[in-house]
Design a protein. Structure first.
Lengths: 112, 116
């Protein structure tokens, strides 16, 4: 168990809908990262938050947004979903400047 | 240019043999870190080992060791005495930049299959 908790584990939704993925980082970790793993794009960095503030942005679509709350949990919001958004979405956390980055078990999103 | 290159899409190895998974990287940042992750068929990403760019010694964690050759920009993962449970996808990743900016860039992975 990495200590990073993601919910839900599986999500099936229709095109055009909006979903929210939740992540609780390891105790004490200030940085949260979101990654998308798809068959055609591989593992791609989406966005990073550090202690509530956005720190870095990767290949995140405008339809996607994220935030980190005062208790350090994070949510990734995906809207106007398309079939191509079907993927495994990972959250990872680290204390910052760390030699480790631990991943949650992922949320498998299927858009039908 | 690819920042992380894993040239072996798949490998088959006999149980109990050692296996080396290749990883080369490209960065101009003097401070960076290299990670290896294991992803079994269940999907989770399991952290295996880390090597910092300034580390003098090769990292080791149990049966895992990282063969770090800085001049060649390679960070190969060595698994000794392979086991059936080692069958999985293995990803090499790199962190560039300083404190607070530690996003990882991943390679395309190597699928390792251990044969009994």
């Amino acid at each position: 168990d990495s200590g990073v908790t993601q919910t839900p584990k599986h999500l099936i939704t229709a095109t055009g809908q909006r979903v929210t993925l939740r992540c609780s980082p390891r105790s004490g970790d200030l940085s949260v990262y979101w990654y998308q793993q798809s068959l055609d794009q591989g593992l791609q960095f989406l966005i990073q938050y550090y202690n509530g503030e956005e720190r870095a942005k990767g290949n995140i679509l405008e339809r996607f947004s994220a935030q980190q709350f005062p208790d350090l949990h994070s949510e990734l919001n995906l809207s106007s979903l398309e079939l191509g958004d079907s993927a495994l979405y990972f959250c990872a956390s680290s204390p910052g400047g760390a030699e480790e980055a631990f991943f949650g078990q992922g949320t498998r999103l299927t858009v039908v | 240019a690819q920042k992380i290159t894993q040239t072996q899409p798949g490998m088959f190895v006999q149980e109990k043999e050692a296996v080396t998974l290749d990883c080369t990287y490209d960065t101009s940042d003097p401070s960076y870190g290299l990670f290896w992750y294991k992803q079994p068929s269940s999907g989770e990403m399991i952290f295996l080992i880390y090597q910092g760019s300034y580390d003098q010694q090769n990292a080791t964690e149990g049966r895992y060791s990282l063969n770090f050759q800085k001049a060649r920009k390679s960070a190969n993962l060595v698994i000794s005495a392979s086991q059936l449970g080692d069958s999985a996808m293995y990803f090499c990743a790199m962190r560039e930049g300083g404190f607070g900016n530690e996003k990882l860039t991943f390679g395309t992975g190597t699928r390792l299959t251990i044969i009994p």
